[in-house]
Design a protein around this ligand. Structure first.
Ligand code: AHR
Length: 646
């Protein structure tokens, strides 16, 4: 059998796409929300938890600025610690820790390093690897006349030193100190120990430790393994920062993008709507940078100047918690939306473009889409504010495609009101959301067949069937063929939520489960990847024949006009193998071999962190003709990628 590389070299130059229906080239992308510890403790590679001493009981009742820090004294030393707020590094980052080192032990019998300091175990243990480099940084302000010396180390839970370095304060103003630590051994439960080794008084803030090996080695970067699995999907866009996180739990909790850019010590941490702290270290700059790094379009979703209707847990009483920004604040808010566009796309000579350049990105980010609102209740307050924002963006930036919102369900009052508004205002795209059963996905494959073609388009911004078993993923696959078929009206789609950390999962059905060392890719991930990495921009009907009366069979054929590749997808949600016939006569010359990926398994099969590879797709090279039969295994998705020739 020929190897894949040979197959690709046989492919020659792509042929021009003839016929077919033009469909969206941005169809399959990603939804990222900081839910289930997806950002801090997850994709964001920072290893220190509560690095800026900003945790509060409003996040979790037992939390405070000392949380996740252990006061430590060694060698009979003593002193005291306090959290203070006088002259912080920046008003957005008000708390810092003061170490008052009264006495450094000098007992000859103690052979370790004597001192007074702090220990941090990160997000349930810091993972360090042999010979890998870790970048430490801290802001310190010397409060005593005498400089204060520090020993910084990575230690095992039993106190074995894996790496260490030293520094001494040189300023009575806030100053950043940095050092590299190279771990001598691997440990999955390491601590960072910041130990003052001389007497004096010093303030500390933003104590940070990053692996050098982040995704693309970016500073303040992303966990390489998690970022890579997203890159592997070749998503056409990434939506961020949510979800409900975008509109927030009350007005004060809205995600305000300006709080999330600039140096990390100047960013504003806040309570995450999902019940923990959000450092905003993974902020707008990092989201945009990541999109660029993996060739995805950025899709920021901004609040429509109203908070989540479930604010204050009012989902228990019918979602009466939506609050709207007062009209007196709307001009300022609208400016904030316009400033985002300038920040992303404006020249370096513009106020906000200059801030992007200062962060290291003088070139524009080519922002095309801006979401306004997230499944909001369509109230008069919402409508009024949405219209103000929409009109202002349209007037100043007609090139930007605004995405509106039509509530949290596939139908019902908000859905209807949202669509009415979309039609009235001629909103280019609206965001539909639905989480429902696999059977619903199977029986609603014709949902978009009857949508008006030359009107508002759809962004299916959040969807998933209830579960991470094979049957859930394959039901979604069947539905996704209908999204391709309707790719002239469905412009974008993203499964939700994306990540979930073990022991910190708030939302049951997710695409990728992980802990500090292991990743479990769900069947849903593999289905998303098979579609996302195999997108086309032309849809062809009648290429694959199937039993039209059987809803458990679904098919689609697209062509990617850049490569000329024809991509066939066949789904079998049934319990037995099903026959399909493929006829490629309407295409010109094709290669005689194709790449075939089959993903099949029992309906109940799923992957877990303990058994991550129970069901995985397999790829091989097959011989094909212009007309051929294919028998799809029970509960399966098959993708066949065919090269075309001149
Ligand atoms: O994806 C999880 C949540 O589901 C999102 O935050 C919200 O938009 C939806 O209700």
């Amino acid at each position: 059998m020929l190897g894949l590389s040979l197959l690709i070299s046989v492919a020659a130059t792509a042929q021009q796409t003839k016929g077919g229906k033009r469909i969206s080239s941005d169809l399959f992308g990603l939804f990222f929300e900081d839910i289930n510890y997806s950002a801090d403790g997850g994709l964001y590679a920072e290893l220190v938890q509560n690095r800026s001493f900003e945790y509060t009981p409003t996040e979790q009742k037992s939390w405070n600025p000392y949380s996740f820090w252990e006061y430590t004294t060694t060698g009979h030393s003593y002193g005291k610690i306090s959290v203070e707020t006088n002259s912080p590094i920046h008003p957005s980052n008000p708390h810092y820790m003061v170490l008052d080192i009264e006495y450094i032990g000098k007992e000859a019998k103690f052979t370790g390093v004597s001192g007074v300091g702090l220990k941090n175990n990160g997000f349930a243990g810091m993972v360090v690897k042999t010979n890998e480099k870790y970048n430490f940084s801290v802001f310190a302000r010397q409060l005593s006349k005498e400089p204060v010396s520090f020993n910084i180390s990575l230690q095992t839970p039993k106190g074995k030193v894996l790496a260490e370095t030293k520094f001494t304060t040189v300023s009575t103003d806030w100053k950043k100190y940095t050092a590299n630590l190279v771990a001598s051994e691997s440990d999955e439960n390491a601590n960072l120990v910041v130990l003052a080794t001389s007497e004096g008084k010093v303030a500390l803030d933003v104590v940070s430790l990053f692996p050098e090996k982040t995704f693309k080695n970016r500073p303040n970067g992303l966990r390489a393994d998690l970022a890579q699995l997203l890159a592997d999907m070749k998503p056409r866009f990434i939506r961020f920062p949510g979800g409900c996180l975008a509109h927030g739990d009350g007005l004060g909790n809205m995600y305000r993008w300006k709080n999330t850019i600039g140096p990390i010590e100047e960013r504003k941490e806040q309570r995450n709507i999902w019940g923990y702290n959000q450092t905003a270290g993974l902020g707008y700059f990092e989201f945009f940078q990541f999109c660029e790094d993996i060739g995805a379009k950025p899709l920021p979703v901004l609040p429509a100047a109203v908070s989540c209707q479930n604010s204050g847990n009012t989902w228990q009483i019918g979602g009466t918690g939506q609050r709207a920004l007062p009209m007196s604040e709307m001009n300022e808010y609208i400016q904030e939306v316009l400033d985002l566009i300038e920040w992303a796309n404006g020249p370096v000579t513009s106020t906000w473009g200059a801030k992007r350049a200062a962060a290291g990105h003088p070139a524009p980010f080519n922002l095309q889409y801006v979401g306004v609102g997230n499944e909001d209740k369509i109230t008069p307050e919402f409508e009024q504010r949405f219209k103000m924002i929409f009109d202002a963006v349209k007037a100043k930036h007609p090139e930007i495609i605004v995405i509106g919102t039509v509530g949290p369900s596939p139908d019902g009052e908000d859905f209807e009101k949202g669509w009415r508004l979309a039609n009235d205002l001629k909103i280019p795209v609206v965001d539909e959301h639905y989480y429902t059963s696999p059977e619903w996905f199977i029986s609603h494959q014709n949902r978009y067949d009857t949508y008006k073609r030359n009107a508002t388009h759809v962004y299916l911004g959040e969807y998933a069937s209830w579960g991470n078993k094979m049957q859930n993923a394959i039901a979604e696959a069947a539905y996704m063929t209908s999204l391709e078929r309707n790719g002239d009206v469905v412009r974008m789609a993203s499964y939700a939520p994306l990540f979930a950390k073990k022991d910190y999962t708030q939302w049951k059905t997710d695409m990728v489960f992980f802990d500090n060392t292991t990743i479990s890719l769900t069947p849903n991930y593999y289905v998303q990847k098979m579609f996302s990495a195999n997108q086309g921009d032309y849809y062809f009907s009648n290429i694959i024949s199937k039993d039209e009366k059987d809803p458990s069979q679904a098919v689609s054929c697209v062509q990617d006009s850049k490569s000329g590749d024809i991509i066939l997808k066949m789904v079998n949600f049934g319990k037995e193998a099903k026959p399909f016939n493929i006829n490629l006569m309407e295409f010109g010359k094709i290669a005689s071999q194709a790449e075939q990926t089959i993903f099949s398994g029992s309906s109940e099969a799923e992957n877990t962190l303990e058994k991550p590879n129970t069901v995985i797709p397999t790829t091989s090279v097959i011989k094909i003709k212009k007309v051929f039969d294919y028998s799809a295994p029970a509960m399966s998705l098959t993708v066949i990628r065919v090269k075309t020739k001149k």
